[in-house]
Write a protein that binds this ligand. Structure first.
Ligand code: C2O
Ligand code: CU
Length: 524
C-alpha cells in the first residue's frame, strides 16, 4: 500500500507539471493505490463529541471516471456519500455528474461525518460558510492522509441557506485547493429551517439548483488545469479560466418548466470566474437570498454578480408565459478591471482563452411546456429573524491591504500564507464585534472569504466596479465579498461560540493557493 501510494502520487504530479493535462491515468490504476471499501474506522471525533447524532454519513473523496462531454468519459476526483443515519433526503447523489452529493441538513441537527480519503494525496473537506468548530472546518493544518479516515461532528447552527463543501488542502509545495476542486471535489450543502419553510417558497421540482464552473478539456475529454509556460504564469496571476462553462457538471441544458414561479439557487463553484447573472429578455433579476440565507426582502436588480464561492437565491415568475416560450439565464458581458480589459488581450497575453472573463454566454434555458393556474406570490418579507450586526463609530476596524507581490501572487498586509503562524494583528477576541476593511490595492477583483461565520457588508468606497456595480448584492448575510480593483469594502462580524484558528483568504483559488490566505485566531 505504501509503495503504490508514493508511485501514484509522483505520477500524478508529473502528469500535471509536464503537460498541463490533468489526471491522464486510468482510474483503475489510481484506485489500486487505495483500499476501495474503507469502512468507518472508529476514530476520535473532532469537534462536537456526543453519544447520539441525528445524522451520520460516510463521505468518500475518490478518483472516478464520469461522462461530461459527448465521447470519452473524463477522469475526475469526486465525493460520494453513504447515509448511515438520518432522514432519507439527507443525501442526494448526482450520479451522472462529478459533483458531490447534495447534502440537506436541518438547523439544530447534530451531524457526524466520516471522511475517507481514497485519493493519492492529502485532502481536507471544508464546509464553506458553516459556523462550526475550528477543528472540523477542514483547514489545511489537519490533512487527511491517503487511505485514512477523519471523523468530524458538529451541530447545524446556521439558519437556512445554500452552503457548499470542497477541498482545502495546502501542502509543502503550495495550495491544492484549485487543483482538487477543479478535479471535481465540491458539492452543495443545504440547510433548512422553520422560518424558511413557513414562507412556502417554490420547492421540489420548482427549486432549481445550479452549480456554475468553467473547465477546459483536451482532445480526449481530459480535464486540463493551468496552461504551460507563460500561460501558466498568467493563470496563476489571474486565476484559472476554463474555456467552457458547465452547469451542474455538464454543458448547460434546457429545463422544461410550467407557468409558475421558480426558485433558482446558484453557486459559483469556479476557480476564478465571476458571473454577471441576467435574464435574456432583460427582465430584472429578483434576488431573495445570498451566501448566508434569505434577505430581509426581495431585491430587483438589472443583473446580479456572483463571484467565486458566492451563492445567490433567485426567484422568477413564469406565470405570464405561454407554452413554447423560453427564457435564458445568461452571464452578461462586463469589464472587471485590468483582468477582462482589452489591455491584456491587446498584449496578446490572454488571447489564448476562448472565453475571457466578462464574456457573454448562456447558463440555463427554461422552456415552458405546461400551463398552470397556480399563483404563488413572493412574500414581501423574507428572512427577518436574524438581525444585522449592530456597529457604531466605536466598533473596532481592522484593515487589510491587498497588494501584489512581484511574480508571486498577492499579499494581505504584506503577508502571505505561513502555516498556522498568526501575527498580532490577526488575533481577535471571542465575543467581539469587529469591522474588517479590505483595501484592494491591485488591478484585479478579489473575492474575500472569512471562515466560520457570516458577516454583513457595511459599505464600499472608491474602486472601479463600473459594469458590475448595480449587481453587487450587499444586503443580507455573506461569507465571501467581492472587492473590486482599488476599492475598500467594510464587513461587520461577530466572533461567537468557537475559539481557535480560522482562515481568511481570497477565494480566487489560484490566488489562495499561491499564498493569498492567512490564519487568524479567535482567543477565548
Ligand atoms: Cu470555500 Cu477557505 O473556502
Ligand atoms: Cu484574489
Amino acid at each position: 500500500m505504501n509503495r503504490s501510494k508514493s508511485v501514484h502520487r509522483r505520477t500524478v504530479l508529473q502528469a500535471v507539471a509536464g503537460t498541463g493535462v490533468l489526471l491522464t491515468l486510468s482510474p483503475g490504476l489510481l484506485l489500486t493505490g487505495c483500499d476501495g471499501g474503507v469502512k468507518a474506522v472508529e476514530s476520535e471525533t473532532l469537534g462536537l463529541d456526543s453519544d447520539e447524532y441525528d445524522v451520520e454519513l460516510n463521505l468518500y473523496a475518490m478518483p472516478d471516471s464520469v461522462p461530461i462531454l459527448p465521447g470519452a468519459p473524463s477522469e475526475v476526483w469526486r465525493y460520494r456519500a453513504e447515509l448511515l443515519k438520518g432522514p432519507e433526503n439527507t443525501v442526494s447523489e448526482n450520479p451522472d455528474s462529478y459533483l458531490g452529493p447534495t447534502i440537506r441538513l436541518r438547523h439544530g441537527q447534530t451531524v457526524k461525518i466520516h471522511i475517507h480519503n481514497e485519493l493519492p494525496e492529502d485532502t481536507t473537506v471544508h464546509w464553506h460558510g458553516l459556523h462550526v468548530p475550528s477543528d472540523v472546518d477542514g483547514q489545511p493544518r489537519l490533512p487527511i492522509r491517503p487511505g485514512e479516515t477523519m471523523t468530524v461532528g458538529f451541530e447545524v447552527l446556521d439558519r437556512a441557506g445554500l452552503f457548499w463543501y470542497h477541498s482545502h488542502a495546502h501542502g509543502k509545495q503550495g495550495g491544492r485547493v484549485g487543483f482538487q476542486s477543479y478535479a471535481g471535489l465540491a458539492g452543495l450543502l443545504i440547510v433548512e429551517d422553520e422560518e424558511e419553510a413557513d414562507l412556502k417558497l417554490p420547492s421540489g421540482d420548482n427549486e432549481l439548483l445550479l452549480v456554475l464552473q468553467d473547465r477546459t478539456f483536451a482532445g480526449n475529454n481530459e480535464l486540463v488545469y493551468m496552461g504551460r509556460g507563460m500561460g501558466s504564469m498568467m493563470d496563476r496571476m489571474h486565476g484559472f479560466l476554463g474555456d467552457r462553462v458547465l452547469a451542474n457538471g455538464a454543458p448547460p441544458t434546457t429545463r422544461k418548466v410550467a407557468t409558475r414561479p421558480y426558485r433558482i439557487r446558484v453557486l459559483n463553484g469556479s476557480n476564478a470566474r465571476i458571473y454577471k447573472l441576467a435574464w435574456s429578455d432583460g427582465r430584472p433579476v429578483t434576488v431573495i437570498g445570498a451566501d448566508g440565507g434569505l434577505l430581509q426582502e426581495p431585491e430587483d436588480r438589472p443583473y446580479a454578480v456572483l463571484a467565486p464561492a458566492q451563492r445567490l437565491d433567485i426567484w422568477v415568475d413564469l406565470s405570464e408565459f405561454q407554452p413554447g416560450d423560453t427564457l435564458e439565464l445568461i452571464s452578461d458581458r462586463f469589464r472587471a478591471g485590468m483582468m477582462s480589459g482589452g489591455m491584456m488581450d491587446g498584449m496578446g497575453m490572454m488571447g489564448s482563452n476562448a472565453l475571457p472573463l466578462g464574456s457573454r454566454f448562456p447558463l440555463a434555458r427554461l422552456e415552458v411546456s405546461k400551463s398552470l393556474k397556480a399563483s404563488e406570490p413572493l412574500p414581501a418579507q423574507l428572512g427577518v429573524q436574524r438581525q444585522k450586526i449592530p456597529v457604531n463609530s466605536n466598533t473596532r476596524i481592522r484593515s487589510f491591504e491587498l497588494s501584489p507581490v512581484m511574480m508571486r501572487g498577492f499579499a494581505m498586509n504584506g503577508r502571505r500564507f505561513d502555516g498556522t503562524n498568526v501575527a498580532d494583528d490577526e488575533k481577535v477576541r471571542l465575543g467581539d464585534t469587529e469591522i474588517w476593511e479590505f483595501h484592494n490595492n491591485t488591478p484585479m477583483p478579489h473575492p474575500m472569504h472569512i471562515h466560520g461565520l457570516q458577516f454583513n457588508v457595511v459599505g464600499r468606497r472608491g474602486g472601479s466596479s463600473d459594469s458590475l456595480q448595480q449587481g453587487l448584492v450587499d444586503s443580507g448575510w455573506h461569507d465571501t465579498v467581492l472587492v473590486m480593483p482599488r476599492e475598500t469594502v467594510q464587513v461587520a462580524m461577530k466572533f461567537e461560540r468557537f475559539d481557535g484558528l480560522y482562515i481568511y483568504h481570497c477565494h480566487n483559488m489560484e490566488h489562495e493557493d499561491a499564498g493569498m490566505m492567512r490564519y487568524f485566531q479567535v482567543q477565548g
